[in-house]
Design a protein around this ligand. Structure first.
Ligand SMILES: [Fe+2]
Ligand SMILES: [Fe+2]
Length: 150
């Protein structure tokens, strides 16, 4: 899988997790928090590999967009940690999750719609494959060390 395919696959997983959350009944705290743990872990690792590997490379292509993306990651991570610290039965939990979903969806839509095509055009397929492998390797490494509190 090349770099953008690998990252897009993770975006799709996260989209699905949010959709699974939306389908829950109000009182299904445990199931919601189980899904949140997956969102937490996937996004923590995903944002880090993008920041370590993809963004430094993409900076040469579209510096302004990358700087914005880094700030969006920053806000996403703050919210991830905040939700992680909030009891799932707290009345604000679902609202926080909905705000996270909006932020994440708009961020990944922009990556897929603007940043990835720009990177693809400037890098060429061979480099994109190499970077894909690096992303995959680093993701596996990080995956071992990250987990949500609950
Ligand atoms: Fe991102
Ligand atoms: Fe992404």
């Amino acid at each position: 899988m090349n770099a953008t395919q690998f990252l897009t696959q993770q975006h799709d997983e996260v989209r699905q997790f949010f959709a699974d959350c939306e389908a829950l009944e109000e009182g299904e705290f445990k199931r919601r928090s189980d899904i949140f743990s997956k969102i937490f872990k996937t996004l923590k690792c995903h944002t880090q590999i993008e920041e370590e590997i993809l963004y430094p490379m993409a900076k040469n292509v579209d510096n302004e967009l990358v700087l914005e993306a880094i700030e969006e990651h920053h806000m996403i991570k703050i919210l991830l940690d905040e939700i992680d610290q909030t009891p799932p039965s707290n009345e604000r939990y679902v609202a926080k999750l909905a705000v996270l979903q909006e932020m994440v969806e708009s961020h990944i839509d922009e990556e897929e719609g603007v940043l990835f095509p720009e990177v693809t055009e400037s890098c060429g397929t061979e480099k994109l494959d190499t970077v894909g492998l690096k992303l995959e390797e680093r993701f596996k490494e990080l995956w071992q060390g990250v987990s949500a509190t609950r």
